[in-house]
Write a protein that binds this ligand. Structure first.
Ligand code: NAP
Length: 481
């Protein structure tokens, strides 16, 4: 599409230059359904060039002391902090989330950058005792090389930073391909990198047809790793594509998080926790509470409180004061939300509140609570990615654990209980990469994040996050007599 003359078209960031191309695509504000900016796009040839430029930059970047690379990451974090009001506004304009949550996303991005700035200095190898006389063994870690980072639209800044910060800290050069819906904050991040005087080619941003760009990342031998966050379907396609070149992949894929609320829980805290786990980011989070299971003896009291709090949520344009629920990302997201509600009701669930699409421009839906949702309902089978709380009851802990694990996904899970023995049992039996106990917001820079089963391969954040971007090499040294 050709954007109208009134739309500002943003260039790509390639090898330290802002580059205009002949093609572009619009960026739409989900609160209005209207384009408000455009970005240049590029196809495979520009990606080839970006990989080759990154190879040159990598050779210089990897030789810097880790402390110096960390200093660049701190400087990028300083830039992000200084521009947080403006960049938060950009996130809200392109993604729709409430401004306070965009500011929170920037704070978390800054924290990730600072965490990995320090982790750069802790990529330790080891010296291993020799088995036979006359030999010595070292295990050394070296940066993997040029990394391609493909990120989604739902946390458009922080999920890109979760890849770029550890990749750069490890000594890799990176090329970011952000989601088409939310390219502007990625370009803003590149501006921060430029202002921090990051050497040319260490971080580049490409935009355009995703499958073509990813095809070049997969094909080109100079691209040594792809780190992807997005849907399980696209993750599967990347695995297929990687078979040819055995390209290493890190995959952060879809989730289907259960929330287990036990009768010994602090009920108020459990409802508060479920509210944030469900409605943060308008329900469009990979760790969003998708299935809420409540023990029978407290089921009605839990529902009553959940409905009251859900009805109190303010829906609107994320730039308006006090808004807690923004629009969904696009029309398809809204249609899927409506379908999940209709399907659940058809199968016998009770719609206790909300669920009506707002009669205004943009893709808004009232936050909803569904009770007695049966297991075959779509919202109990797949990610809803909308502000719809699907609730059902259980009788025993054994049943609750079986319900929680009855999914091909295993990204995150939540449980509310005050029984320490139960906490230990849950921590051993729940199949999820992150388990929040009495905690609706469990992600943090210094702990690993990632999925089991079809939720992905590898981990981001924590001390594990940087390991995804290094090769482990054994050096065996024969000593002269
Ligand atoms: P998506 O459609 O898979 O897109 C994610 C990224 O992949 C975008 O940059 C997209 O580019 C690109 N892409 C699309 N088709 C591709 C292809 N054939 N080859 C390579 N790349 C391709 O996912 P989404 O709708 O943006 O994000 C929502 C999904 O991400 C949900 O399933 C959610 O659970 C998951 N997610 C997981 C995590 C996690 O940490 N595990 C975090 C957040 C989200 P275009 O935008 O240009 O199409």
């Amino acid at each position: 599409m050709k954007p109208g003359p009134e739309l500002k078209t943003h260039p790509l960031y390639l090898n330290g230059q802002w580059v205009r191309t002949a093609t572009s695509q619009p960026v739409v504000n989900p609160a209005t359904g209207e384009p408000f900016a455009a970005v240049c796009t590029a196809a495979a040839a520009a990606v080839t060039r970006a990989i080759e430029d990154a190879q040159g930059a990598f050779e210089r970047w990897r030789r810097l002391p880790a402390k110096a690379r960390g200093a660049y990451l701190h400087a990028i974090a300083d830039q992000l902090e200084a521009r947080r009001q403006e960049i938060a506004r950009t996130i809200t304009l392109e993604n729709g989330k409430p401004l306070a949550q965009s500011l929170g996303e920037i704070a978390m991005s800054v924290d990730h950058l600072r965490w990995f700035a320090e982790e750069a200095r802790r990529v330790y190898g080891r010296i291993v005792p020799n088995q036979v006389e006359g030999k010595r063994h070292w295990v050394v870690k070296t940066p993997i090389g040029v990394v391609a980072a493909i990120s989604p639209w739902n946390f458009p800044l922080v999920l890109a930073v979760r890849k770029l910060a550890p990749a750069l800290a490890a000594g890799c050069a990176a090329i970011l391909k952000p989601a088409s819906a939310t390219p502007l904050c990625a370009l803003a991040l590149a501006e921060c990198a430029e202002a921090a005087q990051l050497p040319a080619g260490v971080l580049q941003v490409v935009l355009g047809p995703a499958a073509q760009i990813a095809g070049e990342f997969l094909r080109h031998p100079g691209c040594r790793k792809i780190s992807f966050t997005g849907s399980t379907e696209v993750g599967r396609e990347l695995i297929r594509g990687a078979a040819e070149t055995i390209k290493p992949l890190s995959l952060e894929l879809g989730g289907h998080a259960p929330v287990l609320v036990f009768e010994d829980a602090d009920l108020e805290a459990a409802v508060d926790g479920a509210m944030v786990a469900k409605f943060r980011n308008t329900g469009q989070s990979c760790i969003a509470a998708n299935r809420i299971f409540v023990q029978r003896s407290i089921y009605d009291r839990f529902l009553e409180r959940l409905v009251r709090q859900t009805q109190g949520l303010k829906v609107g344009d994320g730039l308006e004061d006090g808004v807690q629920i923004g629009p969904l990302i696009n029309r398809a997201g809204l249609e899927k939300a409506k379908e999940h509600i209709q399907d659940a009701v058809r199968r016998g669930a009770r719609l206790l509140c909300g669920g009506r699409a707002l009669d205004r421009s943009g893709w808004f839906i009232e936050p909803a609570v569904l009770a007695d949702v049966p297991p075959p309902a779509l919202c109990m089978q797949e990610e809803t990615f909308a502000p719809i709380a699907a609730v059902a009851s259980f009788a025993t802990e054994t049943e609750a654990i079986a319900l929680a694990n009855d999914t091909p996904y295993g990204l995150s899970a939540y449980a509310f209980t005050r029984d320490l023995n139960r906490v230990l049992r849950l921590s051993e039996s729940i199949e999820a990469g992150t388990l929040g106990i009495n905690d609706g917001v469990p992600s943090t820079s210094n702990c690993p994040f990632g999925g089991m089963k079809q939720s992905g391969w590898g981990r981001e954040l924590g001390s594990e996050g940087i390991e995804e971007f290094v090769e482990v090499k054994h050096v065996s040294i024969g000593l002269s007599s």
